[in-house]
Ligand binder design. Structure first.
Ligand code: MN3
Length: 385
């Protein structure tokens, strides 16, 4: 094993993935060292993390908290920056080896591009980056010869199944828990509350992704993410609902053999592998006891009830800027649902209307993606009344 620790920048260190990444760092002080921490608005936690992990620099994106963070960290010789633009600069610092992209949504796109351009390896937790601009990102990764390791548990599972495997993929089988509303009818979904949608049966995650799991848009975004990460066609990706979340995903090869990666649902495992790759580090995570799981079950996703997943498939087929439209409309609709401004079933309705209302660009440039995101947000917002 390398004696020098890997220097990491964590974008979104105060969120669910960010705090769990710091738990992994704490367990592996010889292997990992924190170079940069960034947070959107949670200044108090960012200060606490900075004092504990002593990074070179921190960024508080919300500039109104700059003074507070600056004053708190002055005695510790930690550089403090503020604003969205600072994210694009800190990811390029010469001392950073790996950037963990753990922020939420479209805001992850530009910092990820800047990091790749500066030849940083990416531990990708921000799936929206690949959903919005998968073609641009994969092209940049090749041009700059950097590594991208997936943090998303399903994609980590596929990545692990492919490790040391020289053969071609026949099919990727993405598993889905089905979320808290698995088995419910459309009529029953009309009545569901925010509190019910926020109660995921297996995974403890941030608010946005938890709602995406309840609508199954999360699985739709993950299908698009898988296409770009593993270079497969749309027809080579299948979704199967597996409510126990023990098999995190599978790869089928051309001889019909299937490899699965299993474990208890704990995000720290895929986070750690994204940072330890190609090594595996010892961990004290709880182990899977098969005696407690006598039933592993599988079923088809219901596309007529979970329309978000069906809409994501449409976007995948259509390509171009359509996944970016779906992503932006979904971010606006989920934010409105989290504020209880719309009902659960209005989420797919708003996304579908945005898909029909926006202009289509078959081969988008970066500027096209920015314009698509902006205009889709405005359109989706106008549909929320
Ligand atoms: Mn996932």
């Amino acid at each position: 094993m390398d004696t020098a620790p890997k220097h990491i920048a964590i974008l979104g260190s105060t969120g669910s993935i960010g705090t769990q990444t710091l738990d992994v760092v704490k367990a592996h002080p010889k292997e990992l060292s924190v170079e940069v921490l960034t947070a959107n608005t949670n200044a108090d936690l960012l200060i606490k993390q900075a004092i504990e992990f002593n990074p070179n620099a921190v960024v508080i994106v919300d500039e109104s908290h700059y003074q507070k963070v600056k004053e708190a960290l002055t005695p510790f010789d930690i550089k403090v920056f503020a604003g969205q633009e600072s994210l694009n600069q800190v990811v390029q610092m010469s001392t950073v080896d790996i950037v963990v992209t753990a922020m939420v949504g479209y805001s992850g796109l530009l910092p990820t591009i800047k990091a790749i351009e500066a030849h940083k390896n990416i531990a990708l937790a921000n799936k929206e980056t690949l959903v919005v601009a998968g073609d641009l990102i994969t092209q940049l990764i090749q041009e700059n010869q950097v590594f991208i390791t997936p943090v998303d548990s399903e994609h980590s599972a596929i990545f692990q199944c492919l490790s040391g495997e020289p053969n071609k993929i026949e099919k990727i089988i993405l598993t889905a828990s089905g979320g808290p509303f698995r088995g419910k009818t459309t009529n029953e979904l009309k009545q569901v509350t925010l509190a019910q949608a926020l109660k995921h049966p297996n995974w403890n995650m941030g608010a946005k992704i938890t709602i995406d799991s309840a609508t199954m848009m999360n699985k739709g975004l993950e299908v698009i993410e898988a296409k770009w990460l593993f270079g497969v066609t749309n027809q080579q990706i299948e979704v199967v609902v597996h409510p126990q979340s023990i098999i995190h995903s599978m790869v089928q090869f051309t001889d019909g053999s299937i490899k699965a990666q299993m474990g208890l649902p704990d995000m720290k495992l895929p986070i750690q592998y994204a940072l330890s790759f190609p090594d595996r580090w010892k961990s004290d995570f709880p182990r899977l006891d098969f005696n407690l799981y006598s039933n592993l079950t599988f079923e088809q996703p219901n596309l007529s009830t979970f329309r978000c997943l069906a809409l994501a498939y449409v976007a995948l087929e259509k390509g171009g800027n359509m996944p970016a439209i779906v992503n932006a409309a979904n971010e606006i609709a989920v934010a409105a649902f989290l504020k209880e401004k719309i009902g659960f079933l209005e989420i797919p309705t708003i996304i579908e209307r945005a898909m029909n209302g926006m202009w289509f660009v078959p081969k988008p440039t970066y500027q096209d993606y920015v314009a698509t995101d902006n205009e889709t947000r405005k359109l989706a917002q106008s549909l929320i009344k």
